[in-house]
Design a protein around this ligand. Structure first.
Ligand code: 289
Ligand code: CA
Length: 160
């Protein structure tokens, strides 16, 4: 009885160590697949993934495409996220629209879920609501922000 208890423990130990090996193999192949999938249009910051498909359109169209794909328009909440989006802008040499606007109340910029923004990186002199028609936010290759008319066409970057 005592012996059979011991051999059962040894069997379980072997099974755990096999599973540990399989987990390590899965982790290493997962991290390789992530690298492949992120090349060259994606960036990972913490838990967030930023990705462009290269599509260009106005704000509503970009917003719809990101949401159809199960994500939302890139909405940087800190400098590291802003820098990741900037890298994509530099790669494509095209500005993007962020998931931020002041459509509801002039001068009060919010994320798409209605929350007031917690981070901003305005270019000096912005936002200026030029001609009274600039409710969306574009990110330049400098990483700085400008408020811009939502009807303009910009590169898509979604976050997932
Ligand atoms: O239509 C005006 C925009 O193209 C931009 O022109 C200048 O760069 C600045 O006045 C910006 O604020 C403005 O959004
Ligand atoms: Ca502006």
């Amino acid at each position: 009885k005592g012996d059979s208890g011991l051999s059962e423990i040894n069997l379980l130990k072997r099974q755990v160590s096999t599973l540990e090996g399989q987990l390590r193999a899965l982790q290493s192949s997962f991290s390789k697949y992530k690298q492949v999938i992120m090349f060259p249009n994606g960036r990972i910051v913490g838990e967030k993934i930023f990705m462009t498909s290269g599509y260009e359109g106005n704000f509503d169209s970009l917003k719809q495409r990101c949401s159809q794909a199960g994500g939302q328009l890139a909405s940087p909440r800190n400098a590291a996220e802003n820098a990741a989006i900037q890298q994509i802008v530099v790669l494509y040499n095209k500005s993007v629209f962020l998931g931020i606007n002041d459509i509801q109340t002039e001068g009060r910029f919010k994320y798409l879920n209605g929350e007031n923004i917690v981070y901003s990186n305005w270019q000096t002199g912005e936002p200026n609501n030029d001609n009274g028609v600039e409710d969306c936010v574009e990110l330049y290759s400098s990483g700085k922000w400008n408020d811009k008319s939502c009807g303009e066409r910009r590169l898509i970057v979604c976050e997932f």
